[in-house]
Design a binder for this molecule. Sequence first.
Ligand code: KMH
Ligand code: ZN
Length: 274
Amino acid sequence: MDPLIVTVAPVGAELTPEQTPHLAVKPEQLGDVAAKCQQAGASIIHVHCRNDDGSNTHDTGRFKEAYDQIRARSDLIVQFSTGGAIGMSPEERAGVLDLHPEMATLTCGSVNFGDDIFENSFPIMRGIAKQIDAFGVTPELEVFDLGHIANAKRLAQEGAIRLPAHVDFVLGVPGALDASVEHLIDCVRSLPPDCTWSVAGIGRMQLVLAAVAVAMGGHVRVGLEDNLYYEKGRLARNEELVARVVRIAGELGRPVATPDQARQVLGLAPTAAA
Ligand code: KMH
Ligand code: ZN
């Protein structure tokens, strides 16, 4: 079994600063989260950015500041979101790829997203995939529903992406696949051969699905993007969500990857691109 890759997704696009004091709004705060989460055992940081007032931004300058802060304080694999926030244009979502992050997400289909629609038509997916490829970035395929795996296979047949790839199952979005152990197993069984995978459970299922993934040989994403609480009634800090998964892995005898070991598992170059 590969060592466990723990991704931290500290910010997301849906949380507001009113909901938690632990949301990293400024680039320096993201640098601080990166340092603490690497210390706790994370090897990837999934990045969204905010303006100082907490609103969402995919401004390249803001992402560059965040990238520099993260890199100054950690050796984490930096993975930019190209999902962004509901309402952002595909061009805006993909614009940050200019900064050549080591990884970036590619959402593999549209879903209802609460009362909204997270739109990822084939033309949108092809456009973002093309830029991911052009900038030499390694994609992480975001799968919110079983049909997204079929979409990924179609994109691969067209030559827009390469398989095998690293796939993240985001389970529990209202409007997409529920966060259940059964659905995680369905997802894993539907994967093309030799893909690596992680799971990001939304809400309280984050912990349950993380534990199952550790046992199954998958990888794990935790963080405030997907889960606001450490336990009922207590707001979480990112680093303690990471630390809890690392403790579970320890109990189950699964070694945890350093960032460079994660790069090896994912086929990335051994040191971070500057
Ligand atoms: N905020 C969601 C609409 C990603 O980062 O790639 C999209 C999202 C996916 O978070
Ligand atoms: Zn995200």
